[in-house]
Write a protein of this length. Structure first.
Length: 149
């Protein structure tokens, strides 16, 4: 009877080790998949922010910017929060501040079509747009690296 008990305990221990090993590998694979999915979304967001920056700068440089461009810029600004927040990389207060400054730098001055005056390429406002978008992108990269490395 003792030999049977020892064999039975050995079988249980073997199965427990197999299940534990599978669980560990599964968790690591899930973490890797999550990291890949977030990285893909970040790549998309980076393109979106850079595209937004380019459209905003072009808008401010144009003599007669198209009203549709203004609407696209505003809608992209509105979507940024809803695309970045679910990633939970940046604290919501920090994210709100970064998007606030980006929105302010893009739309505060010279964004009304009726009173629009083209800016010079070396305008401080254009530099601020670039700086705000870069701060957002840097914060996203830094948060991703600190979470996954």
């Amino acid at each position: 009877m003792t030999d049977l008990s020892a064999e039975w305990v050995g079988q249980i221990v073997s199965w427990l080790l197999i299940i534990l090993g599978w669980s560990l590998i599964n968790r690591h694979q899930n973490d890797r998949e999550t990291r890949k999915e977030i990285h893909e979304r970040l790549d998309h967001l980076k393109k979106t922010v850079k595209n937004l920056e380019t459209r905003a700068i072009t808008y401010h440089l144009e003599e007669n910017p198209a009203p549709l461009t203004s609407l696209k810029i505003k809608s992209t600004l509105e979507l940024l929060w809803s695309e970045i927040a679910p990633l939970k990389l940046i604290d919501s207060d920090d994210l709100g501040e970064l998007i606030f400054y980006l929105r302010r730098d893009i739309t505060l001055c010279n964004f009304d079509a009726e009173s629009h005056i083209p800016l010079s390429p070396d305008s401080r406002q254009l530099q601020e747009i670039g700086a705000s978008s870069q701060r957002l992108l840097t914060k996203l990269d830094t948060a991703f690296i600190s979470r996954f490395h």
